[in-house]
Design a protein around this ligand. Structure first.
Ligand code: NDP
Length: 249
């Protein structure tokens, strides 16, 4: 049985979508959760939502592309609940465009929010994990970081970067008992994928061996395992949650 009693988890980008479900799932398993996004009202609302379900939850607004915000988020979590056992770097955005038309800010925003954020949060909590002599970092990458996607060079580069970062950090801090893994979702039903047209969805389903778009809970279940003691001998790995789609890429 996966048990998070007494454990503390920070989940970035957890006011909606995959991050919200990861947070809810960890809380159901007994974790004290710190939820976050850029929007203070959303953080407050989701904090109340989770508390009303009996979960122990703190909401802290932070922009993960900012070093200062990541330090403040980490400090607030430790002050409220004590040492952090699990960090889930989930916050991410898309700003799609063909390379020919891509603006500098589309590149920079995606790299800063998707990739630099993972460095920011991991570094902000490194001392915490070293003191703990354990802990788990789980980075949400994407199948697109493995296969590439026309119109998403910025997103694909940021997600491929997360994979390189994950493996490097796993090697750096493995001797301290800290695990670092990445989860690569395929197409999961959230606000991020809502814009895909029905026609494009039909074509997509045809390529997915399991024949359906994924749910946030499909990702959350794996994250809960990777953040648990049961996954203590697994590090530096990338796990796909994509209905088998990566096999077609
Ligand atoms: P959503 O757009 O539904 O949610 C994204 C969350 O991240 C929101 O809470 C958002 O809140 C937050 N966020 C965005 N930018 C920042 C920022 N700068 N600082 C802090 N928080 C931020 O996305 P999904 O749930 O679909 O995606 C979650 C993760 O999964 C992302 O990393 C995404 O790349 C990845 N992924 C998703 C897939 C999918 O099919 N949905 C497939 C593969 C990977 P706010 O904007 O208010 O700050």
């Amino acid at each position: 049985m996966i048990d998070y009693q007494g454990k503390v988890a920070i989940i970035t980008g957890s006011t909606r979508g995959i991050g919200h479900e990861i947070a809810a799932n960890l809380a159901r398993l007994g974790a004290k959760i710190v939820i976050s996004s850029r929007n203070p009202e959303d953080c407050q609302r989701v904090q109340e939502e989770f508390r009303s379900q009996g979960f122990t939850c703190l909401g802290v607004a932070a922009d993960v592309s900012s070093v200062a915000d990541c330090k403040a988020l980490s400090a607030a979590a430790i002050q409220e609940f004590g040492p952090v056992d699990v960090l889930v770097n989930n916050a991410g955005i898309t700003k799609d465009n063909l390379i020919m038309r891509m603006k500098e800010d589309q590149w920079d925003d995606v790299m800063n929010i998707n990739l630099k954020s993972v460095f920011n949060m991991s570094q902000a909590l490194l001392r915490n994990f070293l003191k703990l002599k354990g802990g788990h970092i789980i980075n949400i990458t994407s199948i697109v970081g493995q296969t590439g996607n026309a119109g998403q060079a910025n997103y694909a580069a940021s997600k491929a970067g997360i994979i390189g970062f994950t493996k490097s950090l796993a090697k750096e801090i493995g001797s301290r008992g800290i695990t670092v893994n990445a989860v690569a979702p395929g197409y999961i039903a959230t606000d991020m994928t809502e814009a895909i047209t029905d026609d494009a969805k039909e074509k997509l389903f045809a390529q997915i061996p399991l024949g359906r778009i994924g749910e946030s809970s499909d990702v959350a279940n794996l994250v809960a395992f990777l953040g648990s003691e049961q996954a203590g001998y697994i590090t530096g790995q990338v796990f796909n949650v994509d209905g088998g789609l990566v096999m077609q890429g």
